[in-house]
Design a protein around this ligand. Structure first.
Ligand SMILES: *[C@@H]1O[C@H](CO)[C@@H](O)[C@H](O)[C@H]1NC(C)=O
Ligand SMILES: *[C@@H]1O[C@H](CO)[C@@H](O)[C@H](O)[C@H]1NC(C)=O
Ligand SMILES: *[C@@H]1O[C@H](CO)[C@@H](O)[C@H](O)[C@H]1NC(C)=O
Ligand SMILES: *[C@@H]1O[C@H](CO)[C@@H](O)[C@H](O)[C@H]1NC(C)=O
Ligand SMILES: *[C@@H]1O[C@H](CO)[C@@H](O)[C@H](O)[C@H]1NC(C)=O
Length: 460
């Protein structure tokens, strides 16, 4: 009996070592909605630190530079480094729909974007975001702004919530998620060649490869550079070709196809079991559209587009894990201007016909990086993605470029929560951190990767 108890306590100890003590701080609430609802829902975290001792949330009004009064919350004694996650439900009067920004203004800093929502007059929209301050603030104001600065509209805000997490609390929950969602207990049975169970065998395990795709861009500069190739293959199991698959590279003149560089890069990734994303079939930015295509219209453009998709996807059938069908559509509209607002529906359909097994993605920037870019708010991305799906496009993944300056982790998390409502895989496709920050600072923000590992786990 004593031996059994000792064994049990040993097992318990091992369990504790493997899975850690449980976390008892506030739990991050992953809830998000991209539906406009008849009734607003209850605040997350019961309002968090916005609620006073009686549970009420005092709201005030703030006079903006435009002279317009906005609903606002006065926040006292916010601390630096703390991760504040903010959410509320919003509705407007005076216009059918508009883009609202929640902004934070402190005594020392110019106001910054905390989150956005596409607000309507007929129903309630969910706004979720967050912020991290560079330094403590005694008095801050969180207010709402119509980005079109339409003075006639009236903004209603309800069920607001502001929940702080210390860096430690945030990290502990991330690690707990990685531990519980990405790791599993494995049992190893050892037997001899006759199949007899062997007890007390000593077993070592060595990780030879990883399942989680972790990658980087490569370009033609890696070709022939064996030292760089070895360095790359040792670290990464995923890659994207910078420019070698783009239309201007593969067809510089009409009908003159040249896949030499793409083929050579593909040979390198294949030889090293590196998965590669197909980037991209079309880029909506006219600057990067082949010059001969810029002059095409109507049926000529339609024919060129179809032959581009057919050529690329037939040649590389099964070779790329994803294809970015329409790159940066939230910011540019080369094809929509010439072929109609729904042009992309056809791109997806043709791609699907050319290679039924291809996994088709959209890809854009400034969705997760910031909420300042009015062209690429999370709601505008979600609604464009929904339109393409509803229009019959076999859309299978959401690409987020991830060109960061200083990352805002609670905002990133909120954007991922909203995009996750579409129940599609989400990939960060082009992560980098501005080199205006020194290397140590960039290294400190490697958590971008942790955030993504967690989301990839939830939604892929
Ligand atoms: C903020 O901090 C100051 C200084 O510590 C304190 O006097 C004040 O009461 C605090 N305000 C609130 C609302 O907690
Ligand atoms: C195709 O591209 C490769 C690499 O850029 C180049 O060396 C070659 O001359 C091109 N071929 C033709 C026929 O233009
Ligand atoms: C496109 O059209 C412009 C103006 O009509 C012309 O100057 C240019 O040569 C054309 N470009 C190509 C690649 O055909
Ligand atoms: C973004 O939106 C503005 C205003 O709607 C527009 O003028 C601009 O061309 C768009 N594109 C980019 C790349 O920002
Ligand atoms: C685009 O497609 C949607 C959904 O199929 C449709 O409701 C809309 O009218 C189309 N818009 C245009 C400009 O064709």
């Amino acid at each position: 009996m004593r031996a059994l108890l000792m064994l049990l306590s040993w097992v318990f100890l091992q369990w504790q070592l493997a899975f850690g003590a449980s976390y008892d701080g506030p739990r991050y609430d992953y809830y998000a909605s991209t539906e406009c609802k008849t009734y607003p829902e209850a605040p997350l975290y019961d309002g968090g630190i916005l609620a006073d001792r009686t549970g009420k949330i005092p709201m005030t009004y703030y006079k903006m530079e435009t002279g317009v009064y906005s609903p606002a919350f006065v926040l006292y004694n916010l601390t630096g480094t703390t991760r504040y996650t903010f959410s509320c439900w919003v509705k407007i009067k005076g216009t059918v729909s508009t883009l609202l920004k929640a902004r934070l203004s402190t005594e020392t800093s110019t106001s910054k974007c905390v989150g956005t929502a596409s607000a309507k007059s007929s129903c309630w929209s969910f706004l979720k975001g967050g912020f991290v301050l560079d330094s403590p603030s005694q008095t801050s104001i969180l207010y709402f702004q119509d980005v079109e600065a339409n003075n006639a509209i009236e903004i209603s805000v309800t069920s607001p919530s502001l929940q702080p997490f210390s860096v430690e609390q945030w990290k502990t929950q991330q690690e707990e998620n990685i531990r519980t969602k990405r790791k599993r207990v494995a049992t190893v049975h050892v037997s001899d060649s006759q199949g007899n169970h062997i007890t007390g065998a000593s077993v070592t395990a060595q990780q030879l490869s990883k399942d989680f795709p972790f990658g980087s861009a490569i370009a033609k500069t890696i070709l022939g550079n064996t030292a760089y190739q070895a360095w790359f293959a040792k670290r990464f199991n995923a890659a994207v070709f910078e420019n070698e698959l783009k239309w201007y590279t593969t067809e510089p003149e009409p009908g003159k196809l040249n896949y030499t560089l793409a083929d050579e890069l593909l040979e390198f990734v294949r030889a090293n079991q590196i998965v590669a994303r197909g980037h991209n079939i079309f880029w909506e930015d006219p600057k990067y559209t082949p010059s001969w295509v810029q002059n095409l219209t109507g049926d000529e453009l339609r024919a060129a587009v179809k032959s581009r998709i057919d050529s690329l996807l037939t040649r590389y059938k099964g070779e790329f894990v994803h294809w970015d069908v329409s790159n940066e559509m939230l910011h540019f509209d080369f094809y929509e201007q010439r072929l109609g607002y729904n042009a992309t529906f056809d791109f997806f359909a043709t791609a699907q016909q050319s290679d039924p097994y291809a996994t088709l993605f959209m890809n854009d920037f400034n969705v997760i990086e910031t909420c300042d870019d009015v062209n690429s708010t999370v709601d505008s991305y979600a609604s464009r993605l929904k339109e393409i799906k509803e229009g019959g496009g076999v859309l299978e993944g959401i690409g987020l470029e991830g060109h960061f300056s200083k990352p805002n982790f609670p905002l990133m998390r909120a954007v991922l929560d909203k995009l996750a409502t579409l129940k599609l895989p989400i990939w960060l496709t082009e992560i980098d951190i501005s080199n205006s920050f020194d290397q140590q600072t960039q290294w400190n923000w490697k958590e971008i990767d942790t955030t993504c590992r967690i989301v990839a786990n939830y939604y892929t």
